[in-house]
Design a binder for this molecule. Sequence first.
Ligand code: NAD
Length: 269
Amino acid sequence: METMKIGIVGCAGRMGRMLLGAVQAAEGCDIAGGTEAPGAAAVGRDIGELIGLGPLGLAVGDDPLELFAAADAVIDFTVPAATVAHAELAAQARVAHVIGTTGLDAAQEKAVERAALHTAVVKAANMSLGVNLLLALVERVAATLGDDYDIEILEMHHRHKVDAPSGTALALGGAAAAGRGVALDAVAQKVRDGVTGERKRGDIGFATLRGGDVAGEHAVIFAGEGERLELAHKASSREVFARGAVRAALWTRGREPGLYSMRDVLGLA
Ligand code: NAD
């Protein structure tokens, strides 16, 4: 099979650098190139040097159009506005788009859905195998226990994270809500402050912790009368997300247009 050419937008970011390394290490693919935001310090630098390898002869660009023209798939862990612009380019170029960016608002989610009419898009708030298994478990436990058990979702991330609750925490909330047959928006309590009154039966609560260099920790707590069930996942390195994203990019080869999840990629759907 021909080697797949994978581009990385936002390639100098925390995840971008991990992704460059993961593409370089994986079988069956090569780095097609990488971009950064116009004006970013990394623009023009050699991509190999950016990740501590020797020079690869590929400079960090700032024109995503060029990258989409050169790639079979593009992996995107950037910011919501950039991801929407990239989704439009992916749709035009019919290039597969793997999206790890979190914090998209409803209009931005819709724009990604529109792009997925024209190309294969894999979008997941968390690309690790463990979290995707956890999503399936949470849905099943929520369906089994019913709302005698209060569901609370706790997450902790490094101090640089800009959105809260994390995309993964919201996805876990979505899985719990799906298990109960309700919409998350109708039952989510994302913030509590002051005199909140008693907890409402059926609510799904969130608590957000930020600090240090934590790669990502999530726990889903089912608290009943006299017992508590906790399902948890801890990522000790961002590499798990990068490896999952590369696996998703390779999986898009020959795939029909559509919006896919990591559960599709891993065969858990
Ligand atoms: P980061 O700030 O370190 O990296 C983002 C990079 O995108 C930066 O280098 C920034 O300059 C670049 N960027 C911004 N606009 C751009 C543009 N128009 N073109 C090209 N590059 C642009 O952040 P991070 O920690 O790497 O996280 C990035 C995103 O990925 C966040 O939304 C985070 O929540 C998400 N994330 C998802 C997963 C997952 O498994 N899905 C895992 C970790 C992080």
